[in-house]
Ligand binder design. Structure first.
Ligand code: KIV
Ligand code: ZN
Length: 527
């Protein structure tokens, strides 16, 4: 470890532990590809996150490969892999994180009465299991994090006992998860304070806080835990995570920065990178960022009312507690047009936080030119939306042609050609509206039983020629996938989003059949 971690904490630092790639990715429908995980890990490392929880290596071959590749490539951050409280999980996690310059094993077990009932262990048996597994992890790696899952609903005496056992067995970080988002700020601070004061060996470890947002208090609970003595916050970009999600990284980082007068702790995160990574996570996960989301929402710095606008023009501090530039938000600018070349596009993409390879640039450039021909003004948001189509050329199903006929007379119809595994297939389908007709066309060309769970449309910018971003989420046999696309034509964007989700489903079907589905093992099977 960790002498280094303790040293940092002594210097008034709070360590930022990002679990977007593990807890965030567990959010139904937020599955990320290998390439996407590597890209996000690099962004997290570059922005100054201290620890990246890269995945749950025992869960699948895919998870293992992603954690290992991230461990091999990451330059600065500690790379952590999750493991349940058994030797097989821990060995697998170690194999994956071992190549990292700074590896960490994170092992956990559910300690509350409800969670103890799952592996059917009594308190003594569980204490023994914790001793055994943490000792094993520590024999492999000198940086071991231990978590009593559902700590906030665990009896105090048992929680204290288990934490002491983990510390004696060699854990260097003790994480206190509020697994079901049940605690409240006063309680969160008190719990950490009491653990530090009463647990034997508590002064030699870092206490961490891991909050879920079921009651909308995750950020407040995390900051309260820091006030109580925690020196590591576990969080995700955009608060991505199961159910209502995890603590949002951007919120705790900016709260500590803006209110450093009353919360005198710093992080190593470069806040000017928050907006770019937020958008990238939204695109990759298919989870749109709520418009009024703190820090990274589209409206977080928008001033609509006359009084606000007037005040802002006189003095920005009238209504702004942080500057848009502090989180990496630039004024929406019209800088690109149909005469812009490849070099200009590459530098624009770089400015927006995308480092694209030459072959991807070619694809994006073609789509940019098409867009510039159709759209009067090309904004930064339009260009970001184009990046979403990146990689579309490699997919099994591609949209080649779509024409819909719609009007006041039902039914509407769609002529569609899809390239499926290299072969063009055509159909005409009808539906209740143009989107329904287009979806029916896709369904007749690629038959499937998946149920549509979500269909959402957002305008990327203002104006009737704005691009529409469409998100589609589908479920088939417990596999949930999302697809996103953007186009000035809402029906085209919808069809592309549907096809993107379908392509992900085809990949998931294949990996499940091959026995390596990413959700093959659930971290909730805590035994
Ligand atoms: O919420 C939780 O308890 C977790 C643990 C695995 C740390 O994510
Ligand atoms: Zn969690």
């Amino acid at each position: 470890m960790t002498n280094q971690d303790l040293q940092k904490a002594d210097d008034g630092r709070v360590l930022i532990f990002d679990t977007t790639l593990r807890d965030g990715e567990q959010s139904p429908g937020a599955t990320m590809s290998h390439r996407e995980k590597l890209e996000l890990a690099e962004m997290l490392d570059e922005m100054g996150v201290d620890i990246i929880e890269a995945g749950f290596p025992i869960a699948s071959e895919g998870d293992f490969a992603a954690v290992k590749a991230i461990a091999e490539r990451t330059k600065r951050a500690t790379i952590c892999g999750l493991a349940r409280a058994n030797i097989k999980d821990i060995d697998r996690a170690w194999e994956a994180v071992k190549p990292a310059a700074s590896p960490r094993i994170h092992t956990f077990i559910g300690t509350s009465p409800l969670h103890r009932a799952i592996p059917n262990l009594d308190q003594d048996q569980m204490a023994e299991r914790i001793h055994e597994t943490v000792t094993h992890a520590r024999n492999l790696c000198d940086n071991v994090q231990w978590s009593p899952m559902d700590a906030t609903r665990t009896e105090w005496d048992f929680l204290k006992r288990t934490v002491e056992i983990a510390i004696k067995a060699g854990a260097t970080t003790i994480n206190i998860p509020d697994t079901v988002g049940y605690t409240a700020p006063v309680e969160s601070a008190d719990l950490i304070r009491r653990l530090i004061a009463e647990v034997e060996g508590g002064e030699d470890v870092i206490f961490a806080t891991h909050c879920h947002n079921d009651l909308g208090m995750a950020t407040a609970n995390s900051l309260a835990a820091v006030a109580g003595g925690a020196r590591q916050i576990e969080c995700t970009i955009n608060g991505l995570g199961e159910r209502a999600g995890n603590t949002a990284l951007e919120e705790v980082v900016m709260a500590l920065k803006v209110r450093n007068d009353i919360m005198p702790w710093s992080t190593g995160v470069d806040s000017t990178r928050l907006m770019a990574i937020s958008r990238r996570v939204s695109t990759i996960s298919g989870f749109p960022v709520q418009f009024n989301k703190a820090i990274v929402g589209k409206n977080a710095f928008a001033h609509e009312s006359g009084i606000h606008q007037d005040g802002m023009l006189k003095n920005a501090e009238t209504f702004e507690i942080m500057r848009p530039a502090d989180v990496g938000l630039k004024e929406t600018s019209l800088v690109m047009g149909k005469h812009s070349g490849r070099a200009a596009l590459r530098s624009k993409l770089k400015e927006l936080g995308f480092d694209v390879a030459d072959n991807q640039l070619g694809d994006i450039f073609v789509r940019f030119k098409e867009l510039a021909d159709r759209k009067k003004e090309v904004y930064d948001e339009d260009i970001e939306a184009l990046v979403r189509a990146q990689g579309a050329g490699e997919e099994a199903v591609q949209l080649k042609f779509l024409r819909v006929i719609c009007g006041t007379e039902a039914p509407q119809s769609a002529d569609m050609t899809l390239r499926i595994d290299g072969e063009d297939r055509q159909v005409t389908a009808q539906g209740d509206g143009p989107v329904d007709a287009a979806f029916n066309a896709v369904k007749s060309l690629v038959p499937h039983e998946a149920q549509l769970q979500l269909y959402q449309v957002h305008a990327v910018t203002e104006g009737t020629d704005a691009q529409a971003t469409v998100t589609v989420r589908m479920e088939e046999d417990g596999r949930i996938v999302t697809g996103q696309s953007a186009d000035t034509d809402t029906v085209v964007a919808s069809a592309r989003a549907y096809i993107a989700a379908l392509n992900r489903l085809l990949v998931k079907r294949r990996t499940t059949e091959a026995g390596s589905d990413t959700k093959a093992v659930s971290y909730k099977d805590a035994g």
